[in-house]
Ligand binder design. Structure first.
Ligand SMILES: Nc1nc2c(ncn2[C@@H]2O[C@H](COP(=O)(O)O[C@H]3[C@@H](O)[C@H](n4cnc5c(=O)[nH]c(N)nc54)O[C@@H]3COP(=O)(O)O)[C@@H](O)[C@H]2O)c(=O)[nH]1
Length: 892
């Protein structure tokens, strides 16, 4: 090869190498470039081809040998159809313009080279080969340049011969190798680019995988730790650091024992050891104090496969199960609550029963399978109207809740009351999904309520309404009067002598009478009227709506009360004896102006008047009698005040024997601040009625004992006794004997100095009891006088049995002696009788010397009366009677 060829050849090679730059610049080595790129690259290739053709290895005139064949074939193979066709076309145009004898051959070479290159390109595309191997390039280069040699055959023979001798070797040997080099260069670019792309793809894939993994980790709510067998943290993942016992950076390298209480830490280490043995550990639970409070975790531990390390590592997954546990506990509570003592049923939104509990079966008698699928309507008793259920449903849809009492039917057919609560269960969107019904059988409660009502409002013995019912009924009757203007009446009925019957025949018999009276009263009045028992032997009848005309009402009431008295009077057998009950009735009419308390009070007063009028009768309320009773009530209040405010005092009236003072009768006085001295004759009966006589009587005996205590200590009074009046009610007290004995002891008084004056009526009330008490008191030394003798009906046989010391002739017999023959004979007989019985006889009310002389004549030596001394205060008694007595006895 001559130097003329070498330089163009080097230029050609340089231009061919520019092709590599173009290939890289237009990214033909990566992917198929865009059409503009391909066109542009085709134009550039065409320019390179022209440049190559401009620096030919000129062999002879008109024949241009250059490396366009290499350019165009390699362009076809690597740049594809469009760039190569453009480049080939430009090269062809240029060749034609160059002209010469080799024009045809040159054009053929252009077309052949480009065609073979494009063919190989198609072949490569079809087979999917990205990279062309060296031998393949060589074969293509050889084919192109053999074809080139064939194309040269169109040259004139003379030119051809010279040409073949000059260029055959370089074309057949060098050009294919150049093709291989250029193709290899481009192929290598493709490989590099592919490798770079693969690397980028790999990086992209790995980044993608990493991001996906990170996203997956972030989405996992559980905590992930890598730990060693000792429980040391090697790595940790937590989507929320507040789920950790410490910050992640603090954990790494430390042990669970550094952060977690011993018991819990041991559970974690046990789980790790189990995983070490079995490969996995599941289900262990720990409770830890983490950033957001006390939480419960469930552990899953697996042994990590790590061939490089001999030490085992573990993946510990810690799942926060706090909410699940709470839910489980709530479910447990709900399940326990569901199986409570209350009957429960759950329905769907269409009220079909889905579930019932054991209490449901116990109360209704229906098993779960009998109830499920039905609506609760199958339990209905038929006792409620459609309206009832309609209201229930309306309340449910409005308030999602209903509660009330329902009468349902058990499987046995028994109808029973239940307290039912129905609650609608809603979704968060407000849609009702279920109804929960809870009920309690309230049969017993209802019964208890009825019993309590019966006890509270009815009398247990007679079954009649009691005082409370009466009050309500009377209030309602009065309120009704205010509308109707009609009059009504209240009968206050008290059985006569009921106490006697009770005491003699016993309480059972008394109860029988009360029940019979209740029935009899009910038979006398209309259903609309009311018969009530106030207590004891007191009954009330309320008659309502008797009309507006008072005289007419009075006539009706009289008829009814007469009927009541007659009906009550009918004999009945109590025990073995016939009994004729009677009653006293007080009547009070009422109108719209009255109040219940007042009406009751009036009827009570009227009854009191009926009693006072001899019993077995009735009285209408009388305002005059009311005033009298009011005055008594006022006196009672005043007397109580007097007792506790030292307004009571004892006066003493001397008693003489043969003109010698032997003692005094203690007589009670009330120093009233307004009324002055009030007579005991006025207030003692009232005190007996009200029971106030008991504390008053006790006070009198106490005062007498105090006085005796003082007298005992003085010689001039040491022998004096005091006579004290004892009322019936006072004497009847069970503890009377004991209380007197205690008073004597308290004041150290000799019992002989105390004389008790009992009236005839008192001793005859209960002779046996009186004798017993008198004997007991007498055994202490106390003496007894029978007061007001002659006014009662004491029989001799009774008198003989009483342990008396003295009888006091009532002053009513003394008053007219000796003038009155009858009284004189009575007094004479009493004195004789007393003497016969061995009793001392005292005459009281002695006011005149004649009376005294008469009594002295009859040998009645004990005298009391105004003639010898009036009742006087203790001061006067001690300054008047005692000194006089002493002077008479010569002791002064
Ligand atoms: N249970 C109690 N009863 C008592 C007590 N104190 C008194 N009484 C009884 O009250 C009745 C009235 O008593 P009184 O007004 O005190 O009258 C007594 C004498 O004053 C009166 N008397 C005495 N002598 C005469 C007289 O010559 N003429 C006359 N006109 N009256 C006289 O008699 C009353 C005493 O009677 P008696 O008790 O029957 O001896 C009266 O019944 C008292 O008993 C008391 O503390 N407890």
């Amino acid at each position: 090869m001559s130097g003329d060829i070498l330089l163009p050849l080097v230029n050609n090679v340089a231009l061919l190498l520019a092709m590599g730059v173009l290939f890289d610049a237009f990214a033909f080595n990566e992917a198929k470039p865009s059409l503009p790129k391909r066109i542009t690259s085709g134009l550039i290739l065409g320019c390179i081809a022209i440049a190559i053709m401009s620096m030919p290895l000129s062999i002879t005139s008109g024949v241009i040998i250059d490396t366009r064949s290499i350019l165009l074939s390699v362009s076809g193979l690597f740049f594809g159809v469009i760039p190569t066709v453009i480049a080939a076309s430009m090269a062809a145009v240029f060749r034609i313009m160059e002209g010469g004898q080799g024009t045809i051959a040159g054009l053929l070479i252009i077309m052949t080279s480009a065609g073979i290159g494009i063919y190989c390109y198609q072949w490569k595309q079809r087979l999917g080969h990205e990279v062309i191997k060296g031998y393949q390039l060589y074969l293509m280069g050889l084919t192109v340049h053999v074809s080139m040699m064939v194309c040269l055959l169109v040259l004139p023979y003379s030119t051809l011969g010279l040409l073949l001798s000059e260029i055959t070797l370089p074309i057949i040997v060098i050009f294919p190798l150049a093709t291989v080099l250029l193709g290899g260069l481009l192929s290598q670019q493709i490989s590099r680019k592919k490798a770079e792309a693969a690397l980028r793809e790999s990086e992209r894939t790995s980044n993608h995988a990493r991001h996906r993994l990170e996203a997956t980790f972030s989405a996992i709510p559980d905590l992930l730790f890598e730990m060693d067998i000792e429980g040391r943290y090697l790595a940790c993942h937590a989507s929320d650091p507040d789920d950790l016992v410490a910050k992640p950076e603090e954990l790494i390298g430390k042990s669970v024992f550094d952060f977690i209480p011993l018991d819990e830490a041991q559970i974690i280490v046990e789980a790790i050891r189990e995983a070490d043995l079995k490969g996995i550990s599941k289900g262990r639970q720990v409770t830890l104090q983490v950033g957001r409070g006390l939480r419960e975790f469930e552990l899953s531990v697996s042994r990590k496969h790590d061939d490089e390390s001999s030490e085992h590592h573990f993946i510990v997954l810690s799942r926060d199960i706090t909410e699940r546990k709470r839910h489980e506990r709530e479910l447990h509570i709900a399940a326990t609550a569901f199986d409570s003592q209350e009957g429960m049923l759950i329905t769907d939104a269409e009220h079909r029963i889905l579930r019932v509990n054991n209490a449901f079966t116990r109360v209704t008698g229906y098993e779960a399978e009998e109830a499920i699928g039905n609506t609760p309507a199958f339990l209905q008793s038929g006792k409620h109207s459609e309206d009832f259920y309609q209201t229930m449903m309306e309340s449910l849809s409005k308030n999602n809740y209903w509660q009330g009492e329902v009468w349902n039917q058990r499987k046995s057919g028994e109808i029973y009351p239940q307290h039912l609560t129905i609650t609608a269960v809603q979704t968060s969107a407000g849609e009702i999904t279920n109804y929960v019904g809870a009920f309690t059988d309230i049969t017993q409660r209802k019964q208890d309520e009825a019993d309590i009502h019966q006890l509270a409002f009815y009398d247990s013995l007679t079954g009649l309404p009691n005082r409370r019912s009466l009050q309500e009924r009377l209030d309602s009757a009065l309120s009704s009067c205010r509308h109707t203007r009609q009059l009504g009446a209240v009968f206050f009925i008290d059985l006569d002598n009921f106490k006697n019957l009770n005491d003699t025949a016993g309480h059972d018999q008394g109860d029988k009478l009360l029940v019979e009276v209740a029935n009899r009263l009910n038979s006398c009045v209309r259903n609309a009227d009311m018969v009530a028992r106030l207590g004891g032997d007191e009954f009330i009848v309320i008659l309502e709506n008797l009309g507006v005309d008072e005289s007419n009402v009075l006539a009706q009431v009289k008829d009814i009360v007469a009927k009541v008295i007659l009906t009550i009077q009918a004999p009945l057998t109590i025990g073995t004896q016939a009994y004729h009950p009677t009653c006293s009735i007080g009547i009070a009419l009422f109108s719209e102006k009255d109040f219940s308390d007042e009406v009751m009070k009036r009827s009570d007063m009227a009854m009191y008047q009926a009693k006072s009028s001899g019993k077995n009768t009735y009285r209408f309320f009388d305002p005059v009698a009311e005033e009298a009773l009011c005055s008594l009530a006022r006196m009672d209040a005043d007397l109580r005040f007097a007792l506790s405010n030292q307004q009571l005092e004892l006066h003493y009236q001397p008693q003489y024997r043969c003109q010698t003072l032997i003692g005094a009768e203690a007589l009670l006085r009330w120093k009233h601040p307004d009324r002055g001295m009030v007579s005991p004759a006025e207030f003692i009966p009232l005190a007996e009625d009200t029971g106030l006589i008991l504390p008053i009587g006790e006070w009198v005996i106490r005062q007498a004992c105090k006085q005796l205590q003082q007298w005992q200590e003085r010689p001039e009074t040491a022998e004096l006794f005091i006579a004290v009046n004892v009322s019936a009610r006072q004497f009847c007290q069970d503890n009377f004997v004991e209380s007197v004995r205690q008073l004597l002891n308290t004041y150290g008084v000799s019992a002989e100095k105390l004389k008790l004056e009992l009236t005839e009526s008192l001793v005859l009330m209960d002779v046996e009891d009186t004798i017993q008490k008198m004997q007991a008191l007498r055994s202490y030394g106390i003496r007894f006088a029978l007061d007001d003798f002659g006014t009662g009906y004491s029989s001799l046989s009774h008198l003989k049995r009483l342990p008396l010391d003295q009888i006091k002739i009532d002053r009513s017999f003394i008053r007219d002696v000796p003038e009155d023959q009858d009284d004189s004979e009575i007094v004479q007989a009493i004195i004789a009788m007393g003497q016969n019985l061995g009793l001392n006889v005292l005459a009281e009310g002695v006011e005149t010397d004649e009376q005294l002389a008469f009594l002295t004549e009859l040998d009645c030596l004990d005298i009391q009366g105004f003639l010898l001394g009036r009742p006087s205060s203790i001061d006067k008694f001690e300054t008047t009677y005692i000194p006089a007595n002493m002077s008479r006895l010569g002791m002064a």
